[in-house]
Ligand binder design. Structure first.
Ligand SMILES: [Zn+2]
Length: 177
């Protein structure tokens, strides 16, 4: 399979450390594979950062990544948002099914995280409509992050940056110092 050259990830914004809200110093990098909708793979070089407060190590989280998912976040978003017949991602059915059930089981937790982040940072949230609630899980995220393309990474980033991202097996993106 053809592989594109590695490219470096640089986040423009300065994010305080998720553990202590201190500065982060760059201590190195590691590479990470990313799979695109076509099945093509590329390699990202992600910076390793150390909190100057507690020396915990974190990894930069680019927009294109959902933590612990090998496929880029646009693919995961498509699978969650679209009808199965509309999805055009080169992954087998069991993978697509796993993403949908992963998101369904996590949706309530993620909504709770966004709610608490919105309260903590005094963010404006669109009022919930009084119309009968839609069944699709993703539609409930619209009031926090809008429903335009890229909504999944807008959900993921603040949650990961607040150290609230959980994994079904291990805990965080962060490592012990
Ligand atoms: Zn810290």
């Amino acid at each position: 399979m053809r592989r594109s050259p590695a490219f470096f990830v640089r986040c423009a914004e300065v994010v305080p450390s998720p553990c202590c809200s201190e500065s982060l110093s760059v201590i190195g990098s590691r590479s990470r594979k990313l799979v695109h909708a076509t099945g093509e793979k590329s390699e990202l070089v992600i910076r390793r950062l150390r909190c100057i407060g507690c020396r915990k190590i974190h990894h930069e989280l680019p927009d294109c990544i959902v933590p612990y998912k090998r496929y880029e976040s646009a693919c995961v978003e498509n699978v969650i948002t679209l009808e199965p017949s509309e999805v055009d991602v080169a992954a087998d059915h069991s993978t697509l099914f796993r993403w949908r059930s992963w998101f369904c089981s996590l949706a309530a937790y993620l909504l709770g995280c966004l709610e608490s982040i919105a309260i903590r940072f005094h963010l404006e949230v669109v009022e919930e409509s009084s119309a009968p609630s839609q069944t699709a899980h993703h539609s409930r995220f619209g009031r926090y992050v809008g429903d335009a393309y890229g909504w999944l990474s807008r959900v993921v980033r603040p949650i990961a940056n607040s150290n609230l991202w959980v994994h079904t097996r291990s805990a965080f993106l962060s490592e012990a110092p």
